[in-house]
Design a protein around this ligand. Sequence first.
Ligand code: 13P
Ligand code: SF4
Length: 333
Amino acid sequence: MSVETKLPTGTDLRAEIDRLRKERNAVILAHYYQRPELQDLADFVGDSLELSRKAADTDADVIAFCGVKFMADTAKILSPEKIVVLPDMNAGCSLEDSCPPEKFKAFREKHPDHIALTYINCSTEVKALSDVIVTSSSAETILQQIPEDQPIIFGPDRHLGGYLNRKFNRNMLLWPGVCIVHEAFSERELLKLKEQYPDAPIAAHPECPPHIVDHADHVGSTSAILQFAKTFSGDTLIVATEPHIIHQMQKALPEKNFIGAPGADGNCNCNICPYMALNTMEKLYTCLRDLEPRIEIEEGLRLRAKRSLDNMLGMAAGTIGQGDLGRIRAEGQ
Ligand code: 13P
Ligand code: SF4
């Protein structure tokens, strides 16, 4: 039976979600790639780093995570005493899928002198095998705290890793994963669009391949792209990331023109994340009502994964620095 058919006819989903949010003392967190209606009723909308911080700090009893599974897992790792629910447990991520823990373990073991710097878009098991997690908004700050002579393995996103290697002249060994959404942008179609709007800057997420990032005027996380959208001086912006973020741009600046960068067929719909799209209002309502599907993580695994996440939060905030790298490496052995 589908979730929808379980709902009483005429249910006012927005009102019911509000009622359950209060009844459960729940906080609704949403990523910028979620459907507009989910972004609009969330208590907080943010990028991966901001959502991790919110999950770690909230005093709610329940976290309803409108995002993908690795994000809800992160919330549970950081706030184990909370009930964490994800509207659809099938909301995965191609980057997580590209990096099976046993293969990542073998990769690590092949390079014992390397620090494992790992993108947050991965499983809890891979986080447990890593030294420091990064998000797209914390990666640059964290990488710059690691001495240039320290060898690094970076996974699972080869495009983000390659971008960091080029920008900071590093030589990190890259895991060959990609985001299927950012991989789908077409350089040819982007250049055609640029001919139509020659004055429009291009803002791109670093999960995009180099043939897209190389044309960008601004490269950054979803929050950084949003910030750029709020401050650029022109009237049109081309956005090379998942197009649901345009909802926030249009809300902040309704008079400006935000255009999603196209995929190979010239239509930006192919850049909608199919995993993020699994979450709906109906599923958010039922997960708040039933407190299912719920994230559960075995305690030993959770503690091992928390170590690499705590290192990220500390390095991003400046409370952990270069002087701690010896300890970080020793703890990761
Ligand atoms: P940020 O929101 O951290 O930029 O990450 C984007 C992303 O990959 C979400 O899946
Ligand atoms: Fe994963 Fe890409 Fe979807 Fe983000 S946009 S959840 S990286 S598949």
